[in-house]
Design a binder for this molecule. Structure first.
Ligand code: ADP
Ligand code: MG
Length: 280
């Protein structure tokens, strides 16, 4: 794979920048243009931090059910892109149309209810809570409108759902462990479980295999393939073998701009992409 064997590693920054100064409020509205095969479309998405454009006119379209890889060197804007999609960050300008609705600038809890979830680049678990509790809390956040604490059956449903999610991510039998006692790989998979418990239609994975052993990486790749049957997935990943093997389409960001987009083989063969990776 030449220069694309393995990209340089990121510093493990939190990927949760503060809000930019100049904010442009975008009123959510239904787009007549979005077709049902497109789940997500960004249009000229731009984020500026002072003089720096962390994202610049990023326009892309993701098909329902696709696994889309997002790659690019350190500082290319990948985490900023996820932060916009999940409401952690308000874009300076541009649109994010999800299921036909402009969600740019909506707060994270509203976006979560619209069925976009994310796993963080840095683990986001409650280390002192059990594995089951971690997933239950996420699952409950999705259903809190049902006043479920007052309804024993609804509560049991949440527990059942949490157990099913844990089985999906390979953590059956670990329900009563403290999250902090899990191995690194198990914690990362638990994080995917927490995201799944919110019942997303779009799942954003920020470096899901970072820091994993080869065996853990393989099992996480299998896990992502499995859950992708029911979901659309965006995956930021530095391990080229992982992302090239998983994604149908890859978008390459560089200095906040889309440098290239295409099938994995096209991206690997793209001289501009190779140049960017060889330089860093
Ligand atoms: P990636 O995830 O691709 O490594 P990021 O999206 O984290 O890149 O960052 C893109 C650019 O935006 C980088 O130059 C980074 O330093 C800058 N950046 C990110 N967050 C902030 C912030 N809160 N304030 C200022 N600059 C930021
Ligand atoms: Mg990042």
């Amino acid at each position: 794979m030449g220069g694309l064997d393995r990209a340089p590693h990121t510093s493990r920054r939190s990927g949760r920048p503060g809000k930019p100064g100049a904010l442009l409020y975008v009123t959510p509205r239904v787009s007549a243009l979005s077709s049902s095969s497109t789940i997500l479309e960004t249009k000229a998405l731009t984020v500026r931090f002072g003089g720096l454009a962390a994202l610049s006119n990023v326009s892309l379209s993701v098909a329902r059910g696709e696994i889309r890889g997002v790659i690019g060197p350190n500082g290319a804007g990948k985490s900023t892109f996820f932060n916009c999609l999940t409401g952690v960050l308000r874009p300076t300008s541009g649109r994010i149309v999800f299921n036909g609705e402009d969600i740019a600038g909506l707060p994270p809890h509203t976006i979560s209810r619209k069925a976009i979830a994310r796993s963080y680049q840095i683990t986001n678990l409650l280390p002192g809570a059990t594995v089951l509790e971690n997933v239950r809390i996420a699952s409950q956040s999705r259903r809190h409108n049902w006043s479920m604490l007052r309804h024993h059956r609804a509560y049991r449903d949440v527990i059942d759902r949490a157990r099913a999610v844990l089985a999906d991510v390979g953590l059956a039998g670990k329900e009563d462990e403290l999250a902090s006692n899990l191995s690194h790989g198990e914690q990362r998979n638990l994080e995917i479980g927490i995201a799944l418990a919110t019942e997303p239609k779009l799942l954003c994975l920020d470096e899901p295999t970072a820091g994993m052993s080869v065996a853990e990486t393989h099992s996480t790749v299998d896990l992502i393939r499995r859950i992708a049957r029911d979901l659309t997935i965006l995956i930021v990943e530095h391990d080229m073998e992982v992302v090239m093997g998983l994604a149908q389409t890859i978008t390459v960001l560089n200095y906040g701009e889309v440098l290239a987009e295409g099938r994995p083989a096209e991206i690997q063969a793209n001289p501009r992409v190779q140049e960017v990776y060889l330089k860093t």
